[in-house]
Design a binder for this molecule. Structure first.
Ligand code: PGA
Length: 255
């Protein structure tokens, strides 16, 4: 059984003071949840303080990006050992905003992925098509390109340690969610690609999250799809009530 993992991507939101408040609120609301993996990814500046809040709780900590080198002359960058020392267990890689605004490519995602694994972090690798690509009938080509090239050179053993997030770019922050059927179709395709690359047993173990305008009101029908194993939540993760409700609605698959 794959564990359901709900991760909050706070993006460039929350000062440290605000982040501490949000993390405390989530801890209060969610301390009883034991069947869902809960992850929050604050901005770098708040990670240290948020780590203290969630220490020894059921909430895991992640960062939103890393550089692929451990150290060096890369002004403005942060590396895997740096976030690891602060208590991060997860790192989001290849988010569409990074691919779109910061020239992230499959090749850089792949290098970052290897650094994350080398340092024992769990990477959440994001893939997804734009509206233009979907309307042009290229969804599956884009997903194949993102998955095969971002995971280039991984062994099945390594592949078992990663999470994939399918995030159709047209559904991110737009209020437009993919229908559960549209999402399941792509998730099943990704599972098929992972089977081609790493074998069936490994592919069956990999958590594939859905992301894009996930809300308390739409998570249940998404999570009930066979190949949807959780969510990467942006906007709705910035508020104690909405993120807690998403997690609670998934607990015991919404029962
Ligand atoms: P959203 O963002 O939930 O605000 O659509 C999701 C994401 O970008 O990870």
């Amino acid at each position: 059984m794959r564990k359901v993992i709900i991760a909050g991507n706070w993006k460039m939101n929350k000062t440290t003071t605000e982040a501490i408040e949000l993390a405390n609120g989530l801890k209060r609301e969610l301390y009883k949840i034991d069947d869902i993996g809960i992850v929050i990814c604050p901005p770098f500046t708040a990670i240290d303080e948020v780590a203290e809040v969630v220490y020894e709780s059921n909430i895991g900590l992640g960062a939103q990006n890393i550089h692929w080198e451990d150290a060096g002359a890369f002004t403005g960058e942060v590396s895997a050992p740096m976030i690891k020392e602060l208590g991060c267990v997860y790192v989001i890689l290849g988010h569409s905003e990074r691919r779109q605004y910061f020239h992230e490519t499959n090749e850089t995602v792949d290098k970052k992925l290897k650094s994350a694994l080398k340092h024992g972090l769990t990477p959440i690798v994001c893939v997804g098509e734009s509206l233009e690509e979907r309307e042009g009938g290229r969804t599956f080509d884009v997903i194949r390109d993102h998955v095969t090239n971002s995971l280039e050179g991984l062994t099945p053993e390594d592949a078992k340690k990663i999470i994939i997030a399918y995030e159709p770019v047209w559904a991110i922050g737009t209020g437009k969610t993919a229908t559960p059927e549209q999402a399941q179709e792509v998730h099943a395709f990704i599972r098929g690609l992972l089977t081609e690359l790493f074998g069936r047993e490994t592919a069956e173990e990999i958590t594939i999250q859905y992301g894009g305008s996930v809300k308390p009101g739409n998570i249940v029908e998404l999570i009930n799809q066979k190949d949807i194993d959780g969510a990467l939540v942006g906007g709705a993760s910035l508020d104690v009530k909405s993120f807690s409700e998403i997690v609670k609605n998934c607990s015991r698959k919404g029962a």
